[in-house]
Ligand binder design. Structure first.
Ligand code: PLP
Length: 418
């Protein structure tokens, strides 16, 4: 596809059955398929209605605090040299990350569909907290399915969800983590698809979820493009974001598909390239179906989803949104990696130089921007817009316990950029 053809891209992809090329779709049992068709049809009608659009706009402005700013990170740019790094501040969105963008959209859809309850699974708890927030706002019941092991590890997020009025339902079979929580949530949904709406937490799952979540995150890219243009009079050379399931990346990418900007997704390389040590699905994976959609995923020897790891718990997912697989295949977006060490260094550097403590997830994108800037051998400064998907308060205890307060990492950064 030529770049000027991307003008119509968002209307053309996915197709009616949820395909982006051969990625995406809906590979689920027939009874669930029927429910997904209902959601798709409801979404098609409701999301175009004047009432829905104006209510969502009002929520974004008055409740979430949108638009979030684009910020020129001048001290960071100056230290590295020959670059201009800008940050789209999704960390300033209410609840401290981009996730609320799609949770408020899904909650509003549930309201218009006449649902009484919204449900989801959660791993580290970030999606659970965002959805519980939406449930409180819309005065709906909220059930969050969470593995017992994760409940023990994520006490503050469990407390937050309960404080917001959600029910946290422990999942006690198998490994008692995210995968089992997904199964339990699907099961509960099948039992009662009439009063409940299942709200998926990223651009993954069966159609129409990858499309709906992208559409709800699209506001990030639309705002960012306009704000960046206001500040500079052009589009950035590179737009970059971290990729777990891929929602914050699809949000910002979708605003720049028809721009001259390169789109760079950043996957977590964790401890290194050995299977089990990372979650870089697009970089090391192969085509396969999991959780009801076809994409590029990491498989073990039996072809099952492989174990994954990243210091950023929001990025450890063994597949990736189908639209990323498609953009990768057609070459419109490129995908890179950053490992734990690089992400942690970026976490410390951004904190010290800009007074912004990023989420460890977002720090992967910052690390990639820093590397691009350092490697820029051209005479023209490279302009990079980073989607800063969330704030790092949730990660502080972990980082300080394992890495201290960053004196060594910052000293290394100064040496590397001297
Ligand atoms: C959940 C999360 C992510 C990863 O999710 P995507 O769907 O890949 O965007 C990234 N950053 C933050 C702050 C998160 O909470």
């Amino acid at each position: 596809m030529k770049s000027n053809n991307y003008k119509d891209y968002l209307h053309s992809y996915p197709d009616y059955d949820g395909f982006y090329g051969h990625f995406g779709g809906s590979y689920i049992p027939d009874d669930l398929q029927k429910i997904m068709h209902e959601i798709r049809d409801a979404y098609d009608t409701i999301s175009r209605s004047y009432d829905f659009i104006s209510e969502l706009r009002s929520i974004r402005k008055h409740y979430q605090g949108r638009p979030t700013p684009v910020y020129h990170a001048q001290r960071l740019s100056r230290k590295i040299g020959n670059c201009q790094i800008y940050l789209k501040r999704e960390d300033l969105n209410h609840t401290g990350a981009h996730k609320l963008n799609h949770c408020m959209g899904e909650g509003l859809l549930a309201k218009y569909m006449g649902k009484k309850k919204i449900i989801a699974e959660t791993g580290a708890g970030q999606h659970g907290v965002a959805l519980a927030t939406a449930a409180a706002y819309f005065n709906m019941e909220c059930d969050i399915y969470m593995g017992e092991v994760d409940i023990a590890k994520q006490a503050p997020n469990v407390a937050r969800m309960k404080l917001l009025g959600a029910r946290v339902i422990p999942v006690t079979h198998g490994l008692k983590t995210l995968k089992e929580a997904v199964d339990a949530c699907f099961e509960a949904y099948l039992k009662d698809p009439v009063t409940q709406l299942y709200c998926i937490g990223s651009v993954v799952g069966p159609h129409p979820f990858p499309m709906m979540v992208r559409d709800f995150q699209h506001v990030v890219g639309v705002e960012a493009r306009e704000q960046y243009f206001d500040m500079t009079g052009e589009d950035p050379d590179v737009v970059t974001a971290c990729v777990g399931g891929g929602s914050n990346a699809m949000g910002i990418f979708s605003g720049f598909l028809d721009a001259r900007s390169e789109l760079h997704g950043v996957e977590p390389l964790g401890r290194g390239p050995k299977l089990g040590d990372h979650a870089a699905s697009l970089t090391y994976g192969s085509e396969g179906i999991m959780h009801g959609f076809n994409s590029i995923m990491l498989k073990d020897k039996k072809g099952e989803p492989a174990p994954v790891y990243s210091v950023a718990s929001g990025l450890d997912y063994p597949s990736t949104g189908p639209e990323h697989s498609y953009l990768h295949e057609i070459g419109r977006a490129k995908y890179f990696t950053a490992d734990d060490k690089e992400a942690v260094q970026a976490f410390f550097v951004l904190s010290r130089l800009e007074g912004i403590i990023p989420a460890l997830e977002s720090a992967h994108a910052v690390a990639h921007a820093m590397r691009l800037a350092r490697e820029n051998s051209g005479s023209k400064p490279l302009s990079i817009l980073v989607n800063l998907s969330g704030r790092g308060d949730k990660d502080m205890d972990y980082v300080i316990e394992h890495y201290g307060t960053g004196e060594d990492e910052y000293a290394q950064f100064l040496k590397d950029n001297a």
